[in-house]
Every structure is written in C-alpha cells, then in structure tokens.
Design a protein around this ligand. Structure first.
Ligand code: UDP
Length: 334
C-alpha cells in the first residue's frame, strides 16, 4: 500500500510510519518539524520505502501528486500539546482547520478512493461533561471563557464536520478517530504531555510537577494499540460496512488513573528518589485555566466494529519508555 502521513515526523506519525514500513508498505511523510523532529525518523529515512518532505502543509506543492498516489492517508498535521495550544491560538485555527480543508479538497479534486483518517481528539467533548463515560453521541458544551483550549476543541470539531461533509458530498472515505491521551515512544514532554515529562523528571532526579492537586483523572492508551485499531477501522471504512465513513469513533483505553497516582507509579518504576511538587494550574498554564477533571472514553463502538482490546498496560508502556529512553534518549523535554 502507498501511505501518506501528514505530521509524519511527530509522535503518532512516526509510530504509524514504523508500523507501515514494517508491514512492507511505502510511506511518504510530510512535516514542518514544528513539534515533530528529524530525530524521530532518523532510522526510517534509511529505509528505501520511506520518503520524507519537510514542508509547511498549507503550502506543500507536492500534495496533489502524493494524494493521487495514496491508498491510505493519515492526516495528523496539527498544532498539539497543551503548552502550544495555549500559546499559539491563531496558529491552532490556521493549521488545524485550513490544513484539513486543503487535504480534503485536494482528495475530492483527485476523486481519491484512499482510506482517509482525519485525527480528532477527546478535547471535542469540552469541559462540561454530563457523563463520566464519554460517548460519541454526547451533546457537546463549550465555554467561550476557556480561550485557547476552546479554540483547539472547536478546531477538532470543525475537522470532524469537514470530514463528514466531504464524505457526503464527494464520497470520500473518511474515518474520524477521537484520540484519548495517547502515549508511547517518540512522544516529547516539551509541549506538556504528562508521561514523558514525569519520566524525564524522575530520571533526572527532579521533582515531578503535578499540576493542581493531582486528583484529575485520565485514561492513557498506548500508541501501538491505537495504531492497530486505526488500521482495522480504515479497512472497515472502505469495505462493505461503510457505515463508519464520516462518523466519529472514540479510540482509547478505559483504565483510569489519577495524575497523582501516575506520578507515584513513575517514581516507583524508575526507582527514582524524586519528590512530587504540586504546581497550581495558573502557574502551569496561565490564568483562568479550567482543568478537565475526568476524561474516560466509552469504547463500545470501537469494540463493536473491531473487537478492540488493548494489549499494553500502562505499566508496560512506562517500562518500555524507560528502556527505550536509556538506549535512545527519546523523551526530550524542555
Ligand atoms: N500534568 C501534570 N504535570 C505535568 C504535565 C501535565 O500534572 O507536568 C497533568 C495535566 O494537567 C493533565 C494531565 O496531566 O491533567 C494530562 O496532561 P496532558 O497534557 O498529557 O494531556 P491532557 O489530558 O491535558 O490533554
């Protein structure tokens, strides 16, 4: 298969590229290296099936050519990471919304029959959850007070609407996974992601920075489990059961953990003597930050469609990251 990955030198993109190269596919990756890095793909570029283009996706002049060749497209190019999302609200809208429009419009013009995966996010559920277990058909509530975060959440919701529209009007085969706290190799803590930050801090003997009181709850999904389910969804998306086209589908792990317990788990597994330091949310993210207290996916739909059960436990993911970091230094964190 010919695979095109936008955001192909980022955390998820790199893992996807490795997955497809190992399967014998040809991969073209494009990335502006704003959060992705050449470090991530240093081994991939040695492989003849892998081609990398450093480019701003909004201006990439090979897009039509590469879309026309692709059997599957993963659209991941986006502004991600809490710190970036808060600091660069206009870039969020420009890159996330205009980038997705450009991709879908190009695919429609090419009459593409590719399986197209447009990445969405659990952030579309907003801050005001009415249930603990977030389902795809939940009503969504946003507060304009939450500035940058609402901009990000809405950009991802617009991506879903764009994908659905191109599906219906142009027959594109688009699936829309909503990712919940994905974690794994090549994720950097530089832009805020908690697990690489905690691991780096523990390994350096620095205090682990728990934001707020640490009682907020998340559900972490290993990127390799996520990739498997994306692969299955993409196949269904072009098969006889095309009911997945244009529909949002939660992709995540249902195990929950409080952030304070995550910090303790990382300290225990690294054998670190680091302490825990509580950092108020406004110091971490700026004023008027409203933390999401709990975010757990309901994965009934994913299970029904793919039979998905995660293989990686959180402990195994952390141990694997530790092992890889000791050999390759993959968790760089500012
Ligand atoms: N967090 C933390 N310390 C850090 C970074 C993050 O306590 O150094 C918290 C953050 O406030 C959130 C959780 O860890 O409650 C997950 O953060 P991340 O940015 O990884 O994902 P989010 O769920 O916020 O999108």
């Amino acid at each position: 298969m010919n695979i095109l990955i936008t955001g192909g030198a980022g955390f998820i993109g790199t893992n996807l590229a490795e997955f497809h190269i190992n399967r014998g596919d040809t991969v073209v990756a494009v990335d502006d290296l704003s959060t992705g890095s050449l470090n991530n793909i240093s081994e991939l570029v040695e492989h003849e099936g892998f081609t990398f283009f450093e480019a701003d996706f909004l201006k990439w002049n090979r897009l039509t050519e590469e879309v026309a060749k692709a059997d599957r497209i993963y659209h991941l190019a986006a502004v991600v990471g809490m710190f970036r999302v808060i600091q660069e609200p206009t870039t969020v809208i420009r890159v996330n919304v205009c980038g997705t429009e450009r991709l879908l419009e190009t695919a429609a013009n090419c009459k593409s029959k590719a399986q197209i995966i447009v990445a969405s996010s659990s952030s579309v559920y907003g801050h005001k959850h009415h249930s603990k277990d977030l389902r795809e058909d939940n009503d969504l509530t946003y507060s304009p007070e939450e500035g940058g975060l609402t901009g990000y959440a809405l950009s991802k919701l617009v991506n879903e609407v764009q994908a659905r529209a191109y599906c219906h009007e142009h027959g594109l085969r688009v699936i829309i996974p909503r990712f919940f706290n994905v974690v794994g190799p090549h994720q950097t803590g530089t832009y805020g992601f908690v697990i690489p930050r905690f691991i780096q801090q523990a390994l350096a003997g620095q205090p682990l920075t728990v934001f707020g009181d640490g009682n907020q709850i998340r559900s972490f999904c290993d990127v390799r489990d996520m990739i498997k389910s994306l692969d299955q969804l993409a196949k269904i998306g072009t098969g006889p059961d095309s009911s997945v086209c244009g529909k949002a589908i939660n992709v995540g792990n249902t195990r929950e953990i409080r952030i304070i317990d995550l910090a303790k788990m990382v300290i225990a597994r690294t054998g670190s003597s680091s302490e825990i330091m509580f950092v108020p949310f406004d110091e971490a993210y700026g004023e008027h930050f409203d933390q999401i207290t709990q975010r757990k996916p309901n994965v009934d739909k994913l299970k029904h469609l793919t039979g998905f059960t995660p293989e990686w436990t959180l402990e195994e993911t952390i141990d694997d990251l530790l092992k890889k970091n000791l050999t390759g230094g993959i968790l760089q964190c500012a």
